[in-house]
Design a protein around this ligand. Structure first.
Ligand code: TXA
Ligand code: MG
Length: 326
């Protein structure tokens, strides 16, 4: 389907899965409450988990929010279009169904040519969570989204592999200083450099600031163990594990000497966590497709701007089953 056909479908009240640079989104016209309600049904998503609005142009922001605080202006100037979602006080034009009754609304302007073309043709805000069943891994290829959401009367705009592969960073700009609600493709340090002040990290505390933080699991159906450490030590751990021979391994580096049931290359070097991020959800979706029961993921120790986001997703995907063997 072309972006034009996809835009016509969504304007007619249908759901459309579309690519972004982070992950695929399951979109509905934000102003159409019946269509928005269908998102929650299709994903089996709890009603109290709010949706992000997607816009093609920062100019569309004004009518959706009560005010644009100064730090938000700087972040937008620097990171939009791109993988940063900002959380504002909402204006009356935004439906309570989108925000799950919260006084705030999260908005992002994606930087993906097909998403841009599609959103421009729609001309109105599109509400879209990630295109996966609630709790399952997000999707970075339209065929993975199709496999999870098929038979639900949804339309698909195929844009190939999403280049970043990890969801946007979510930042609350209603507080001063701003606060990170979800780690993602843009790091805390990158934002601090732009703002010239330190920002809060609300992802670690006990307080639930973003409903999705507690609900999502990004989890494959099999039992996942994340093995974090220096390459030789993590290899030794996996090879000595009683389930090694029957397992599915997402490896980093060389596969020489590994003989499990299934292998998938997440990255060919410890230093390259960008490739790891870009392939992670393809791997987790593949694990479900081949019905992998026992899964290992190798995770390098290297410091990297994506590290906080990756550790968050890996922690959720494995229910905290991360073994640090260093
Ligand atoms: O990269 C992304 O952000 C992708 C693509 C499709 O844009 N979208 C995405 O949406 O990851 P979703 O719904 O899977 O995750 C959005 C997160 C959820 O954890 C949700 O709870 C949180 O943002 N959120 C949405 N609105 C919020 C609000 N008003 N206040 C706090 N958290 C909010
Ligand atoms: Mg999601």
């Amino acid at each position: 389907m072309t972006p034009k056909e996809a835009a016509q479908k969504i304007l007619a009240g249908e759901l459309v899965v579309f690519p972004t640079e982070t992950v695929y989104g399951l979109g509905a016209l934000a102003s159409n409450e019946r269509a928005v309600a269908k998102i929650f049904e299709a994903k089996v998503r709890p009603q109290h988990n709010p949706l992000i609005l997607h816009i093609a142009d920062p100019k569309q922001l004004e009518e959706l929010v009560e005010e644009i605080p100064e730090p938000a202006k700087k972040l937008i100037q620097h990171f939009w279009p791109g993988p940063l979602t900002l959380c504002f006080r909402k204006s009356k034009t935004v439906s309570d169904l989108v925000t799950a009754g919260l006084p705030t609304v999260c908005i992002r302007c994606p930087d993906h040519p097909l998403a841009q073309e599609f959103l421009k043709l729609v001309g109105k805000p599109v509400a879209a969570p990630s295109a996966n069943l609630s709790g399952s891994p997000s999707t970075t290829r339209s065929e993975d989204a199709k496999r999870q959401l098929e038979d639900k009367g949804i339309f698909f705009l195929d844009g190939g592999q999403s280049p970043l592969g990890i969801e946007s960073t979510v930042i609350d700009v209603t507080s001063s200083p701003p606060a990170i609600l979800r780690h993602g493709a843009i790091s805390k340090e990158e934002m601090e450099a732009v703002l010239g002040e330190s920002i809060h990290d609300k992802t670690q505390g006990k307080e639930i600031t973003s409903p999705g933080q507690m609900l999502e699991h990004y989890a494959p159906k099999g039992h996942l163990t994340v093995v974090m450490g220096e390459s030789e030590k993590r290899r030794r751990f996996i090879k000595h594990h009683p389930d090694y021979k029957a397992s599915t391994i997402g490896f980093v580096g060389s596969f020489a000497g590994l003989k499990p049931a299934h292998l998938f290359e997440l990255s060919d070097r410890d230093q390259d966590q960008r490739t790891f991020a870009a392939r992670l959800y393809t791997f987790l979706n593949w694990c479900d497709r081949i019905e992998a029961k026992i899964i290992f993921i190798e995770f390098p120790l290297q410091q990297d701007p994506l590290r906080s986001a990756l550790l968050d997703r890996l922690g959720k995907a494995s229910s905290g089953n991360i073994v640090n063997i260093d």
